[in-house]
Design a protein around this ligand. Structure first.
Ligand code: SF4
Length: 98
């Protein structure tokens, strides 16, 4: 679960980077794979999301936000939840997939 105490607060300068996000209007299922899909399908969606992130002008701001907020789910800043938590010694709770 995202640690809400670590969110930056309701300030435009903290969230304004989202206005330039390459994923604005994209299918959110690429970034947050639906529950009940196969592992292969999840990996394919993550790869598609990462391709979009690689072209995104705010990738670093997005990644910084996700790391600071400890976003537990989805692809943020080109990193999956497993990648974001890799050096913390703890794993995010993954929703079960089929
Ligand atoms: S880095 Fe990826 S998830 Fe973050 S704003 Fe850009 S496209 Fe969206």
């Amino acid at each position: 679960m995202t640690d809400a105490s670590r969110l930056p607060g309701p300030f435009e300068h903290a969230w304004g980077w989202q206005l330039d996000a390459a994923c604005r209007g994209a299918d959110s299922r690429l970034f947050f794979p639906p529950v009940g899909r196969s592992e292969r399908a999840r990996r394919e969606r993550e790869a598609s999301a990462k391709r979009l992130c690689a072209e995104c002008p705010v990738q670093l701001a997005c990644r910084r936000y996700a790391l600071e907020a400890r976003e537990s789910y989805g692809v943020w800043g080109g990193l999956t939840e497993d990648e974001r938590f890799a050096d913390t010694g703890r794993r995010p709770r993954r929703r079960r997939t089929g």
